[in-house]
Design a protein around this ligand. Structure first.
Ligand SMILES: *Cc1c(COP(=O)(O)O)cnc(C)c1O
Length: 425
């Protein structure tokens, strides 16, 4: 399709967009009395209108029923989390028994590493991406140190080649081969938070298994953004937060996946609590732990219902629409944004460099733009004029035109504001 950098063309695309109506189901902050152009759904998704109702429901049940709410609320609390399981399994390509929600993302990855990082004197290394999200880096360091290894030896980072912004698949695969029988675990962000690069999870998972290692994925930027087939790819485990593309609210609960081949494996160590114990016998308060033979066997505490309510509201919206429709719009609107950036670049003779891969199979809902020759003042100009984006040192802005609530007209308007920002510097 040939795009045009005109308001008429942007409106035409909006009029043809089957997801356009969902825009009105979200609450936008306002700047200068106008809805903002929101590019940071990869950091904190907007609040869906329906969310408040789900939270109020729990507040009311708590007020009216108090402890009885565990069993007699309209959505009883003792199995409230199970309402998320089926729709969530469709979003990440899993069997319902392979997913659950609990804790928060880094906490879940730590807990999953208890099960899947079992270093021995020979096999103790972890492969991850260079410049992983800081929380993941700290997690790796503390995990290897906890097991008595030296981080500089046990953590193997896959580097970008000189002058390149993205990691090559061939370099991941050859590093896995090279580390070979010293490799205990591969754990990478499925979509890189900085560049937006999407990794070939199927190929990397297979290579890790061929080397005899476990393979897990941090799906913070992948869940609700890309097509996942965690079960079919034979991923051992994965976890994601729900507040980025999944719009469940600040700091909210994490989802996690554990492949069914591990559910009954009693040799896997894990940290346990009563919510992972045999459901029928949970309230018998027995001494011996009997794990639920599903991802729920990794649960520890009873669940934070006030956090799950917004997550449920969001997941039901995803389920209504389906990932395929989201992905179709994602690719179109991201390509339109790319077109707009190039058009403005040509008009005002700047030197933007999109560091996100060009190939649609290697990118999703984010374009990271290196603003050669532009400083933070451009970013400040954008924010002041209602374009919410984020700034990453040294001079990268990340733009996520989230398909559920961004419009094509937003992309056109963004281009105009960007142009003004460059010209009025
Ligand atoms: C956002 C993000 C996190 C955040 O972790 P929390 O435990 O939810 O604070 C972790 N890893 C990656 C890759 C992220 O993008």
């Amino acid at each position: 399709m040939t795009f045009e950098n005109t308001p008429e063309f942007a409106k035409l695309l909006d009029s043809q967009d089957p997801l356009y109506a969902y825009r009105d189901q979200f609450i936008f902050p306002k700047v200068n009395n106008k809805k903002v152009i929101y590019f940071t759904g990869n950091s904190l998704g907007l609040q869906p209108l329906r969310t408040k109702k789900y939270v109020d429901e729990v507040m009311n049940d708590w007020a009216n029923l108090a402890v009885e709410g565990h069993f007699y609320a309209e959505k009883p609390w003792w199995d409230y989390h199970e309402r998320l399981t089926n729709p969530l399994s469709r979003i990440v390509g899993a069997k319902p028994s392979e997913v659950t929600v609990m804790n928060t993302l880094t906490v879940n990855l730590h807990l999953l590493m208890v099960s899947f990082y079992k270093p021995t004197t020979k096999r103790y290394k972890i492969i991850c991406e260079a410049k992983a999200f800081p929380s993941d880096q700290y997690m790796f360091q503390s995990q290897v140190q906890f097991h008595g290894y030296d981080a500089s030896d046990a953590i193997v980072e896959i580097q970008r080649r000189e002058g390149e912004h993205n990691i090559r698949l061939e370099d991941v695969l050859s590093k896995i081969k090279e580390v070979g029988d010293e490799l205990a675990l591969v754990l990478i962000g499925g979509v890189n938070y900085y560049t937006g690069q999407v990794f070939d999870m199927k190929a990397i998972t297979e290579a890790g298994h061929d080397a005899g290692a476990y393979v897990g994925w941090d799906l913070a930027h992948a869940a609700g953004n890309i097509k996942l087939e965690l079960h079919d790819w034979n991923v051992d485990f994965a976890a994601w937060c729900s507040y980025k593309y999944m719009n469940s609210g600040p700091g909210n609960a994490s989802g996690c996946f554990i492949h069914e081949i591990h559910h009954k494996n009693k040799d896997l160590p894990r940290f346990t609590g009563w919510w992972g114990h045999n459901k029928e016998r949970r309230f018998k308060m027995e001494q011996k732990f009997d794990p639920i033979p599903s991802a729920e066997g990794w649960q520890i505490s009873n669940l934070p219902i006030l956090s799950l309510a917004p997550y449920l509201a969001s997941i039901e919206m995803f389920d209504e629409i389906g990932m395929d429709a989201i992905i179709e719009k994602r690719d179109k609107i991201t390509s339109y944004l790319e077109f707009i950036l190039k058009a403005i670049n040509d008009e005002v003779h700047t030197d933007f460099e999109i560091i996100t891969p060009v190939n649609l199979s290697e990118r999703a809902s984010q374009l990271s733009v290196l603003l050669h020759g532009e400083g933070r003042s451009l970013f400040d100009y954008l924010m002041k004029n209602g374009v919410i984006t984020d700034w990453r040192e040294p001079n990268v802005i990340r733009l996520a035109p989230v398909p559920l609530y961004c419009s094509y007209e937003d992309m056109y308007n963004f281009g105009q504001i960007l142009k003004q920002g460059i010209l009025t510097k």
